[in-house]
Ligand binder design. Structure first.
Ligand code: GRF
Length: 219
């Protein structure tokens, strides 16, 4: 087997997407392995989960740094100590400095809980309910300097139900995220999805051409 790509996962909280990546990467035929999990918050539950799984972990508090770039450099040196080829952000609540993003261009991915470019930023499920959309979902993308703006890799759509609350909708999207992120990492780590001239290129994509309607109306 060819060498597996080494992935550093950046988190700030619960870490359920990190766990989904971990479950995928322990499969022997998966093209990536997690080399470390880093959080800017010491109390991030995901750090505990990672440590329990025997992964190297690090806590780097952004408040201890005078500038965004200085924090990013500390993150970068830890990630490089782990020999990471790729960075996967999974609920990492920090905006990166331009230099850091440029150095990791094409080698840093993120997951966002909406069908981008709709509903950037926080509280995406509240935003979706307020907009009255019938479909919502999650997106993975390469990280660029614009927040939640990088070239999309994959998306998964879920229906919005008439009686959804932000929590019920969040739970439906989260279970889609847990499928989407491992698939995305598989594509990127195997070289089948890459960033080229500011666009994502996916080799041998397979499309499902059927249109989806939600809600479906009885005849
Ligand atoms: C996820 O919804 C992810 O899309 C967003 O932040 C949340 C993190 O959840 N960026 P978890 O920490 O992975 O459970």
């Amino acid at each position: 087997m060819t060498a597996r790509m080494k992935v550093a996962v950046l988190i700030s909280g619960r870490g359920s997407n990190m766990e989904a990546l971990l479950d995928a990467t322990i499969q022997p035929d998966y093209p990536a392995e997690i080399c470390g999990v880093l959080s800017n918050r010491e109390t991030a539950k995901g750090l505990e989960i990672a440590a329990r799984s025997g992964l190297p972990t690090a806590h780097i508090d952004h408040r201890a740094f005078a500038s965004r770039a200085a924090f990013d450099e500390a993150v970068e040196s830890r990630v490089l100590e782990w020999d990471a080829d790729l960075i996967a952000c999974a609920g990492f609540l920090r905006i990166f400095s331009e230099g850091f993003v440029e150095r990791w261009s094409g080698r840093m991915i993120n997951i966002h809980p909406s069908l981008l470019p709709l509903f950037k930023g926080l509280n995406t499920h509240e935003q979706a309910l307020a907009a009255g959309v019938r479909m919502h979902g999650c997106s993975t993308h390469f990280v660029t300097t614009g927040v939640d703006e990088g070239p999309l890799i994959l998306q998964a759509a879920v229906p919005v139900m008439h009686d959804d609350t932000p929590d019920s909708l969040a739970a439906r999207v989260l279970s889609a995220e847990h499928r989407l992120y491992p698939q995305t990492l598989r594509l990127v780590a195997s070289g089948r999805a890459s960033l080229s001239d500011g666009k994502t290129v996916i080799s041998e994509p397979v499309y499902d051409p059927s249109a989806r309607l939600t809600p479906r109306i009885r005849p």
